[in-house]
Design a protein around this ligand. Sequence first.
Ligand code: ADP
Ligand code: MG
Length: 677
Amino acid sequence: MYEHVASEHEVKALLSDAGVPVPRGVVVAGDLDFTAAGELAEPLVLKAFGPGLVHKSDAGAVVLGLRAADLAAAAAEMRSRLPGLAGFLVEEQADAGVELIVGVVRDVAFGPVLLAGLGGVWTEALRDTALGLCPISERDARRMLASLRGAPLLYGFRGTPPVDVDALVKLLMTVGGPGGLWERLELGEFELNPVIAGPSGVMAVDARYVPAEPGETAADRETADFSPLFEPKAVAVVGASTTRPNFGNMFLDFYKAAGIPLVAVHPEADAVAGVRAVPSLAHADVDYALVAVPAERCPDVLRQAAGVPFVQVMSGGFGEAGRADLEDELVEAARAAGTRLLGPNCMGVYCPRGRQTFVGGGLGPAGSVALISQSGGLAGEVIKVGEQRGLAFSRVVTVGNAADVAPAELLRWLATDPETGAVGLYLEDPRDGRELYEALRATDLPVVLLVGGRSGQGQEAAASHTGGMVSDRRIWETVAAQAGAALVSSQDDLIGVLAFFQAHGSRVTEGDGVLVVGPSGGASVLAADAFDAAGVRLDPLPGDVLEELRGLGVAATGNPLEVPVGPRGRAGLVAEVIDAIVRRRPCRDVVAHVNVQAFFTYGNAAEPLYAYTRALAGAQDGLPRTRITLVTRNGECAPAGVEDEVRRIAAAAGIPVYRTMEAASVAVAAGGRYGAA
Ligand code: ADP
Ligand code: MG
């Protein structure tokens, strides 16, 4: 609606209407008659405008500190240097203050994103900025400002008075909040640089607006009932061969082993690999079909799928291989048949409860952990490694190219699924970023995000500073922070955080402190560093507990708290220490660590290690409002099977076990936002 708005004074008029303070000014075009500027209070600023003049200072098109009497000469000089100017803006010069940049860009996946940072001419050199997905809340605005490295400049630094932070927050809300300018402009890029913030107000002294091509918006659709996707009554496999075993045959074998009612689709045969066959999907009474025929033939198969609510296309050779046309045809065929399409280029679904699988080696235990993955291979690994580490899955779904069924819709459904207690997401390039963000915000479930390929994109040269500073990595950090999800950076941490959610998911915690207890000064120091890196504060112990600790024979007073644990020590000591501390000051999390190697350096001392773990399990049972986590350092020094037994004892009490402090600190940090009463 404001497509024509391009020059600074027009954008400023718009800002002023919206309630953003801008300098008083006059526009002088054509003749060099500056009489009107006599109304303005000196000192004055002279700025030129005209086609192609974007970064004015670079072109020498801004002069500060002028008197009214100097304007005509300064303008004539500018004109002689810069032919083709459309005119001049003369405005009052704002008092010096902290210069900020405030901008909005439209991210391809996530839509409008607000950026705020330290600005002025140093913006790109400082790169000290924070992001928020529009619309931001006032809390988001304050979080953004507080997260700047240069935040002390805003809150008062070395004798300079604090700036009017409330006015700054109001400006951020006017631009990026509910009903803000971001909504009214068909935003391309919108940038105020600088906004000058002083002790008694803020002022936008430069404004730029570069309209965008109208973007596409995703069509609204109601969330499907995904139950048959995960727990189909019967499954059809299209594409298994009677002569040359292929992927279709592999799936037939998986499904046979899982024991789900099964039919093969084959043009001629009556049976494939011992499974009854029908000539087309039209003859199959199933609610899930897996298609593994060459890409060109897939649309035809979909056209036969009327009455089958979900069809998974395993075959590749679509958009990911440069055949967007074929993918469109596939989606069309699915729509026409009234079926929902999973994939193409996707491994499918794993759900022990529903006898759904795409991995060999049988079904694992049914549980409460869900996973949505853009990569089938990675999902397979997370299932297998995760089950090895004690995870039990409710639903796993891989989406491949996500031509139809996409992560956001699945997440919304999982949030209503009584079997699911936590969700992991592995994403690379979600087509539905904005919807995913909305779905993340809407869910109360604990969610952990692993995003691949976050580096180096979205940084193409843009007409504004703002555009150049919004990278994919930073957007994901913002999405996670604003939606209250945990963001991790490895598969190991994805599994580790899910294990934490699984073990502690239902606990309602009290207090917000984190206590770390275990042997060895060095390990304790490194533990402090690991938790620091994960963003978790370890508060000092309450003073009134020290005497009781001394009574238990513990002389140390720090957090991490050094407490002897080993084959000869009293197995219950750590449990007593935890109990003494938590009773005085509730802690949301306690991390107990042991050096497994110490138990096995002098003979086989598995029993003391088990006794220690049992004592910890007892402590967890007695402290329902604290989450206990165990770290078994140097586990490789234990004989085979010992760690499994430790895990078993811990798991029975709902204690997750990690092999490194780093892994535990990431999980505890992720758990921090959930569980509070
Ligand atoms: P550019 O197109 O180079 O970004 P600006 O309009 O931002 O041009 O002006 C460059 C610098 O001049 C600003 O970063 C700011 O420090 C200063 N400036 C511009 N206008 C004013 C004003 N009205 N009051 C005070 N300082 C100003
Ligand atoms: Mg500027």
